[in-house]
Unconditional design. Structure first.
Length: 285
């Protein structure tokens, strides 16, 4: 597999219609919102979860494409399995650096999400160290302020047997955003990719997962979530040819003049300026 020799940055534009893209447990699972500006927020953890789920679905059972952060086993159990696979002693006090390094390399080779996003694996009796992932994603933020709403719904089923004689239905709540266009920015470090063995094939799978991650994640609560654009900046060099913020500023998303309240993606204009020398613009959607 070909190693990564180019730095990348990327921008994701996605929207939600009548759904909750990322509920906040501290606010009754209402859509996350910046309290000062009213702009919607989707955390990096939420976005990476969807990428992990996509990889887990399409690459299930394939060597090197396991997912570490999922609900099948405890993390410490997976760390011990790495030691066993490497022929190292488990549950031994005073682990030496070479044992931890071997186990860490095994995890990177066999778990896609670790060699992509990194992981802190220093817990339990068989620690596997810390991996700095080459791919990092910022919080997504809506282009315009959003208006989270809560509506009451009726369920045609009663929970408790004792309540059957009193009522035929029960009430519930549903939280959603009528419409919001979100922008998230990310980075791919070729330097770190070479340390975790994140390859060109892994990068291509990342782009595919970003494009399709909402397609395998539909639910009544999330509404209509769509990836509208994936804009990629490819540098000619390993360390990059321009600062990331300069490239991000080249892409602007603005509301059309005749639109007061956006309700669809076509209510916006996406403009991209000319790239600086040494940077190639790639639009995957």
């Amino acid at each position: 597999m070909e190693q990564l020799n180019n730095r990348y940055e990327f921008i994701m534009l996605f929207d939600v219609e009548n759904g909750n893209p990322n509920g906040d447990p501290d606010a009754g699972n209402m859509p996350r919102v910046d309290a000062e500006t009213g702009h919607g927020i989707v955390t990096d953890v939420c976005l990476k979860r969807k990428i992990r789920n996509y990889i887990d679905s399409v690459c299930e059972g394939q060597a090197s494409y396991n997912i570490l952060v999922k609900t099948d086993k405890a993390l410490n159990t997976k760390f011990t399995e790495a030691y066993e696979a490497c022929g190292l002693k488990t549950k031994e006090k005073g682990k030496n650096a070479s044992s931890v390094s071997l186990a860490r390399d095994y995890i990177c080779k066999n778990y896609y999400d670790v060699r992509t996003f990194g992981a802190v694996m220093s817990t339990g009796d068989d620690p596997c160290g810390i991996v700095r992932g080459p791919v990092q994603i910022n919080f997504a933020r809506s282009i315009d302020p959003v208006l989270p709403q809560e509506i009451t719904i009726t369920r045609q089923a009663v929970t408790k047997e004792a309540d059957m004689a009193k009522k035929e239905t029960e009430m519930g709540k549903k939280t959603f955003i009528p419409y919001g266009l979100y922008r998230a920015e990310g980075y791919v470090s070729a330097l770190l990719a070479q340390k975790t063995n994140f390859t060109e094939d892994d990068l291509e799978l990342l782009w595919t997962s970003i494009i399709n991650m909402f397609e395998l994640d539909h639910s009544a609560a999330r509404g209509k979530l769509c990836m509208r654009k994936l804009i990629i900046f490819k540098h000619e060099s390993l360390l990059g040819n321009a600062p990331s913020h300069v490239l991000f500023d080249k892409v602007t998303v603005t509301k059309k003049e005749d639109v007061e309240v956006p309700r669809k993606f076509s209510d916006y204009i996406v403009a991209i300026e000319e790239m600086p020398k040494g940077v190639e613009l790639i639009e995957r959607i």
